[in-house]
Design a protein around this ligand. Structure first.
Ligand SMILES: O=C(O)CCC(=O)C(=O)O
Length: 272
């Protein structure tokens, strides 16, 4: 049976990142303290409350083949634009452990890396399994296995179990060639206590598990990409410049309000 390496936040960042690179995924316990988790739940609660548990999305994205419906299974709430919506989210965005992973995995391929996408992913009872996919699938120009373009993370606000929709991962699949499909025994569910973080490589096959429990699974997804790529979530729309100006420099920079080498210049009059 496949398994996901389990480490602790007291392990060195370099050991954690080396494990992530080797196996394509890693769970690290004790990464987010309880007060921060509570603040995140409080700040995002009203948005999650209002979010449709996906009946709409299902209909909106359904294609003739049903492919998008497999990507957006029902009974799942998605709240995006987290940098704009939650001040506490900044401690996830700038967490030294995930930034250490970006420094090692992304930085060799770019002048600066950036936020790629953010979302609270709340999987409810009855949700079916999400189709396995790769974070770097948005860049089909490169052939699989692609160079390192994206690093992803899922922060457990609630406990994650195999029964409540714990993320499915295929360890090692970041090195697979295109078209290789995962056997059942190659897929592992991320089981982790609240406060843990699951990190995975942009090329690692993964997807939300089915929720056969009677509780909701609450995770916060955050990914980063090379600064010269198009962000998956449009951070300039979700965090407009007036709001970005009120944020710490490090956060603004990560959102993309800076140049990446010669790319992304702006008129000095609109300086962020
Ligand atoms: O919710 C999860 O566990 C994974 C979600 C995911 O990979 C996605 O929606 O792209």
């Amino acid at each position: 049976m496949a398994s996901i390496p389990l480490m602790s936040s007291s392990d060195s960042h370099s050991d954690i990142v080396a494990t992530l690179e080797r196996d394509g995924c890693v769970v690290v316990t004790g990464a987010l303290d309880e007060p921060t988790r509570k603040s995140l739940a409080r700040e995002l609660g009203p948005y999650i409350e209002r979010a449709d548990a996906n009946a709409d999305l299902d209909a909106k994205y359904r294609t003739e083949s049903g492919a998008m419906a497999n990507f957006y299974p029902g009974s799942t709430k998605r709240v995006t634009a987290l940098a704009a919506r939650s001040e506490s989210f900044r401690s996830i965005l700038t967490h030294p452990m995930t930034l250490a992973a970006c420094e090692k995995i992304l930085k060799p391929n770019c002048v600066s890396y950036q936020v790629h996408a953010t979302s609270a992913l709340v999987v409810g009872p009855g949700a079916t399994e999400q189709v396995l996919h790769r974070e770097d699938d948005g860049f089909p120009f490169f052939t699989v296995p692609r160079p390192n373009l994206v690093v992803a993370s899922m922060w457990a606000i609630s406990d994650f179990t195999a029964a409540n929709g714990g993320t499915h991962l295929v360890p090692g699949s970041h090195r697979w060639v295109a078209g290789r499909r995962a056997r059942d025994d190659e897929v592992a569910a991320a089981e982790m206590l609240a406060g843990s973080v699951l990190m995975w490589m942009g090329g690692t096959l993964h997807g939300a598990g089915a929720n056969v429990s009677d509780g909701w699974r609450f995770g916060i997804f955050t990914s980063y990409s090379l600064g010269w790529l198009r962000q998956e979530e449009n951070q300039y729309v979700d965090t407009p410049i007036a709001l970005a100006r009120s944020m710490p420099r490090e956060v603004r920079d990560l959102l993309g309000y800076r140049m990446c080498g010669a790319l992304g210049f702006y008129d000095p009059g609109t300086r962020p």
